[in-house]
Design a protein around this ligand. Sequence first.
Ligand SMILES: Nc1ncnc2c1ncn2[C@@H]1O[C@H](COP(=O)(O)OP(=O)(O)OP(=O)(O)O)[C@@H](O)[C@H]1O
Length: 362
Amino acid sequence: MIELQGLTKTYGGKDVVSDVSMTVDSGEFCVLIGPSGCGKSTTLKMINRLIPLSAGRVILNGEDVTTLPEEQLRRRMGYAIQSIGLFPHWTVAQNIAVVPRLLGWPKSRIDDRVEELMHLFHLDPDFRAKHPHQLSGGQAQRVGVARALAADPEVLLMDEPFGALDPITREALQAEMQRVHQETGKTVVFVTHDMDEALKLASRFAILNQGRLVQYDRPIELMFEPADDFVQDFLGKSDLGLKLLSRRWVHQYTADAPYAGVRASQGEIIETMRSYGHVWLVDDQGRPEGLFGARLGVAREAQQGLGRLTQVETDWTATPDMTMKEALSRMVWRRVTALPVVDDAGHLAGEVTMDGIMGRQP
Ligand SMILES: Nc1ncnc2c1ncn2[C@@H]1O[C@H](COP(=O)(O)OP(=O)(O)OP(=O)(O)O)[C@@H](O)[C@H]1O
């Protein structure tokens, strides 16, 4: 666990990081994100004292980081950065072993650890003896992260570690990072300005603006309860809403569906529609056949009576295990504000609606 208490950095009389307080719990993947120049890197570098604090404290598992000897600090906090900083004349194995060697580990323990890390990062054993110039960008970055983890630190600090990579390599490394985080359970503090990357990796977002921490929350809370207009605008420019819906399921949003049997009288159907704004017509087996109302562009027509019946076709029903993003896409494509949710037998089991998406926090 890391506690930042009133972290402040002043340059030339101006606070570039101002009174940042937050707690990163053990095993958390915390992403520092915000516009360029908002103080992300400065905050990160103050955590491991690469930049001295102007005010505040950093507490690592109960101990004040400013009182830790340098050597302990390097052991307990791994650090990986975009430009990697591998030593060019050293082999991959020597580069990974930097901190263990500084700590005076015996050679056999170092060799074992290097092997373990190369395996963890899917680096071929042949790479042990290679030099950094013989590696691709992605391989070098893996070595950089492996090096940061070498002494099994309590915390891993990462400053835009994948920023310089092409999109495909970057995605591969993000997936790898996700896996390594799950396998090692490390506490990670990760700086990025890339919202996609943040969403893929973060369990918590720390959003900074002009040196201040404006919100520290889980992604879902950011979406439903942005702390202020800045956060709302910042997130609004990303497709966070859609990304979150891609991780939600239709069964989480399913509500009871207003319906009428095919044999229902016109009066009954109209009455249900008056109450709910739309009504599903189901056949004798309870399978949805048609929809009155809830179709964009026919609302006025529907108000005056039943309006046009929209035939339900299989490609716009939803199933409970479908993502909400897919359900929303079907709604948009079919220009309807409600989709029938059907069970395995095709029976009407409920509905998902545009209002439900807007109003519900599953
Ligand atoms: N050594 C320094 N002296 C003076 N000002 C500095 C120094 N280092 C950083 N700053 C200023 O502090 C502010 C925060 O910088 P920082 O690098 O932490 O931002 P960032 O959020 O990581 O930005 P980016 O996303 O562009 O990397 C910036 O306005 C920067 O100009």
